[in-house]
Design a protein around this ligand. Structure first.
Ligand code: G6P
Length: 614
């Protein structure tokens, strides 16, 4: 949610900053801007719209500098327009600042500043901090340095932030700080980078430092220093080598990141399982959480907390863990969990699931769980992310960078990790080796299954073309496939703007059945398991009312063929691997529908990939 880039070094900052913004555009794309410092001269360009709109203006300008900051925005306070775009400036025009997060007490501070005749030009919360820094720097008997003015201002704000700032009166210096919003420092040869994640940095240096909350960075000719915001105590942090490749953050031959990431699933699920399957013993090796397995075995309950797609993975995880491990699991939206008085104690395990590892609500829920003494485990995709560092232990999904806003390969990787956890605990609680082996064998053939699905997309395209003008879509599934229905519906909403609902197939009779007519496409998830005949009856009910029936199944029989308008066939697999293969076909369906409707697939309206505000 909002992307920040900063550069100081011997190169021209403009292309570095703009390319960096493009890499971070998944975090927000309603406006963007750049500010450059050349000796005592601060210049800037900002613009509502995509980074490409900013690029056109920059290309037409002669803007230059020796260091600079840039930002791509996802609006929280103030509509997306040129004025509200970052960087923001103080009233002297000598201080520039970019911000990711929310200053919750901005109105209070603004009132005080307005009384002092400070004139505000935007309606953002961010402008408040830059004006406050200016007050402390320029209108203060104490004659603070720029660094001290920034430190002092940060102590007055409440909320979450990653900020990077420049001052024309102290050139060749960048100041940054983090509290709640991610910030990475890249350390090159006499050049330094700051960014919301490592993707803008990788082609310049592999050496990074992940900043933690309360940390303050000063970069100038002498190099960089990291200290505590308040106490100024120097913090020594070691460099981390990033192993991300440029190919992983570019879409290559694919028209969209989402399509690339759907195709990545031909290997990403295996990447998640690499070194973790033990066929001989019908179990899994989970080094990341090994020390906490006894706690899980004796836990009174498990909470899984997450947002969005990750929450759907959690619902599938509940089914699996309760089935194999027989421990009660409650799945909670992090935004709800953090504010309710849940029963959490030292016998509770809290599993936070997050692709980015930065979602503000999930992080906050985790912190609360820790305060109540729970053991906290993480399932994250981004190594070094806040959630992965905040948890007692965890398992990385290793799905590779996910850039398309609609989550695809991260979801299937999360489900894979949950399968592995459920089986691991289950085996220790009496699930037979043979049952374990059966599941592992199915997991081991997943690459082939995914390749088959992605080769046969003719039918998916047909469904998309036939239903492209639909206003609503219904997804129905039972048992472990009810969350798959929810996720299928979410994918469609996110990228095609068709209203879609996921429902337990039998529950449809208690409401959604009223919506069924010849214009409503209904996706039935019909795996060959003990729910199959029940789902068949539900299909009959929709057929009788004229709905358009799209059946996704690994069991095409005559009844399915005669009842369905379209059948999307999946390779036969284990009933607990089916949610993965089925999700992939539903991802493709959402993608093809969005293509037919000419939607902005990688940057859907109003969404952001990483939601670092409440
Ligand atoms: C946003 C994204 C979703 C994602 C959710 C949770 O809403 O658009 O794709 O599922 O955040 O993100 P996380 O990184 O915590 O999994």
């Amino acid at each position: 949610m909002c992307g920040i880039v900063g550069y100081i070094g011997n190169k021209d900052p403009v292309p570095i900053l703009l390319k960096g913004l493009k890499r971070l555009e998944y975090r927000g794309y309603d406006s963007s801007g750049i500010a450059l410092l050349q000796e005592n001269n601060l210049t800037h360009i900002k613009k509502a719209g995509k980074v490409s709109d900013l690029q056109l203006l920059v290309d037409d300008s002669s803007i230059k500098g020796t260091c600079g900051i840039a930002h791509t925005r996802w609006a929280t306070h103030g509509i997306p327009n040129d004025v509200n775009a970052h960087p923001h400036f103080d009233h002297t025009g000598k201080i520039a600042l970019v911000h990711n997060g929310i200053f919750e007490n901005y109105e209070t501070i603004k009132k005080v500043l307005v009384k002092k005749d400070v004139h505000f030009s935007s309606t953002t919360d961010t402008e408040v901090i830059v004006q406050l820094i200016s007050e402390l720097y320029y209108n203060n008997d104490e004659k603070l340095t720029f660094e001290d003015a920034v430190r002092a201002a940060l102590q007055e704000v409440v909320g979450a932030y990653g900020i990077v700032a420049l001052c024309a009166d102290e050139p060749n210096k960048i100041i940054a700080a983090r509290m709640g919003s991610p910030l990475v420092l890249g350390v090159g040869e006499k050049e330094y980078f700051l960014a919301s994640d490592a993707s803008p940095i990788i082609e310049h240096t592999r050496n990074v430092i992940y900043l933690d909350d309360d940390e303050f960075v000063i970069i100038d000719k002498a190099g960089y220093s990291i200290s505590n915001i308040k106490s100024k105590k120097i913090i020594s942090k070691s460099l981390t080598k990033i192993d991300l490749t440029i190919e992983e953050v570019e879409k290559g031959e694919f028209p969209h990141f989402m399509l690339k990431e759907i195709h990545d699933q031909k290997h990403s699920i295996s990447d998640t399982m690499r070194g973790r399957l033990n066929l001989d013993n019908g179990t899994t090796n989970l080094g990341g959480i090994i020390n906490y397995i006894p706690n899980i075995l004796s836990a009174s309950r498990i909470y899984i907390t997450a947002c969005g797609t990750s929450w759907h993975a959690g619902l599938i995880g509940k089914h699996l863990i309760e089935e194999y491990a027989r421990v009660p699991v409650h799945v909670e939206y992090a935004s709800e969990f953090r504010y309710r008085n849940a029963i959490i104690d030292a016998n509770t395990i809290v599993i936070a699931i997050s692709q980015s590892g930065e979602t503000a609500d999930t992080l906050a829920a985790l912190k609360i769980a820790k305060e109540f003494g729970a053991i906290t485990l993480g399932i994250c995709n981004v190594v070094g992310s806040s959630i992965s560092r905040e948890t007692d232990a965890g398992i990385f999904t290793h799905a590779g960078p996910e850039i398309g806003v609609a989550s695809t390969k991260a979801f299937t990787a999360q489900v894979t990790v949950l399968i592995m956890i459920a089986l691991n605990i289950g085996r220790k609680k009496g699930v037979s080796k043979d049952r374990g082996k059966e599941l592992i064998r199915a997991l081991k053939t997943i690459d082939q299954d995914v390749a088959i699905i992605l080769k046969n997309i003719k039918n998916i395209k047909k469904v998309a073309q036939y239903t492209a003008t639909a206003e609503n879509y219904l997804y129905l599934g039972r048992g472990i496939n009810f969350p798959v229905a929810l996720e299928g519906a979410l994918k469609l909403k996110e990228i095609s703007y068709i209203h879609a609902e996921g429902y337990p197939a039998a529950e449809m009779k208690h409401g959604p059945i009223a919506l069924i007519d010849e214009n409503l496409p209904v996706v039935f998830i019909a795996p060959q398991d003990d729910t199959f005949n029940k789902v068949l009856s539900n299909i009959e009910e929709v057929k009788a009312r004229g709905g358009i029936i799209i059946t996704v199944t690994d069991n095409v029989n005559n009844s399915i063929k005669s009842l369905s308008d379209f059948v999307l066939t999946l390779p036969k697999t284990h009933k607990y691997v089916f949610p993965i293969t089925c999700s992939i076909i539903l991802q493709m369906l959402a993608y093809e529908l969005a293509v037919c409707r000419k939607c902005e697939i990688d940057q859907p309206r109003n969404l952001a990939k990483s939601v670092t505000v409440e």
